[in-house]
Design a protein around this ligand. Structure first.
Ligand code: DC
Length: 228
């Protein structure tokens, strides 16, 4: 079986950048599953499909595809989809991600990313549902105030200034929905390793993840590149 490492956590815990860097170092593939939900929300927005129409939303899944290591949304590489990283699309993605049938329909696409030599998959339900046979499962947590600070800095970098209170409200609202939905909610499973990175930067957290892998599956690190 092709090995998988999962990195799950709420928004703003740094899981995307950590998973990307980890996959890069290990020369493994990387699945950012949030991008799939965002991609679907982006297509729905383009086609003016209401987020309450599950049947129409499910019909859009065929417009998502995985080719040569990239996610395509309606024939466009995801990175070219304007606004896909915006909080508005994230909010819409969180809204449609509540539908159980839609989540089931998205499983095959997510599992297509499991390609040799291995996969680092990040999201909300990577270790609990999509790749529940993963050999190493990390669950990231970060204090709310730190997440808000990091998100504000990220927004500022992309030229958007938002009051801290508003950012806190948006994060809490999305988290609440992602944690309390019936279908595959964000939750810590007993076989995952809980990692609090409130006090650590990306490099320090990455180092901790590598130590966990070394302890649990040392052979995974055989071909690791050292990148700083
Ligand atoms: O990780 P992200 O912020 O890009 O995710 C956007 C939304 O997509 C998130 O609020 C909930 C949904 N999502 C999900 O339900 N399951 C996943 N595995 C990943 C994301």
């Amino acid at each position: 079986m092709i090995p998988v490492i999962t990195v799950d956590g709420a928004s703003g815990t740094g899981k995307s950048v950590l998973a990307t860097k980890l996959a890069e170092q290990m020369s493994w593939h990387c699945l950012r599953s949030g991008l799939i939900y965002r991609g679907l929300a982006w297509i729905a927005h383009q086609k003016h499909i209401p987020f309450s129409d599950v049947t129409a939303l499910r019909a859009l899944i065929d417009l998502l595809s995985y080719r040569e290591g990239q996610l395509y949304c309606d024939q466009q590489p995801a990175f070219r989809c304007a606004g896909i990283h915006d909080e508005e699309i994230a909010h819409n993605a969180s809204q449609l991600s509540q539908y159980p049938d839609l989540r089931i329909d998205l499983l095959p696409l997510q599992r297509q990313f499991r390609i040799p030599p291995g996969l680092v998959a990040e999201g909300r339900d990577m270790g609990s549902v999509v790749f529940n046979d993963a050999s190493v499962k990390i669950f990231l947590i970060v204090e709310d105030s730190v997440r808000v600070r990091r998100r504000c800095a990220q927004l500022k970098k992309s030229g958007k200034i938002m009051p801290i209170k508003k950012v806190m409200e948006m994060i809490r609202h999305r988290d609440h929905r992602d944690r309390h939905r019936d279908a595959s909610p964000l939750q810590y499973t007993k076989d995952a390793i809980l990692l609090d990175n409130s006090e650590d930067n990306i490099q320090q957290t990455l180092q901790k993840i590598i130590e966990i892998i070394r302890r649990k599956q040392p052979t995974f690190l055989q071909n690791r590149k050292s990148i700083h």
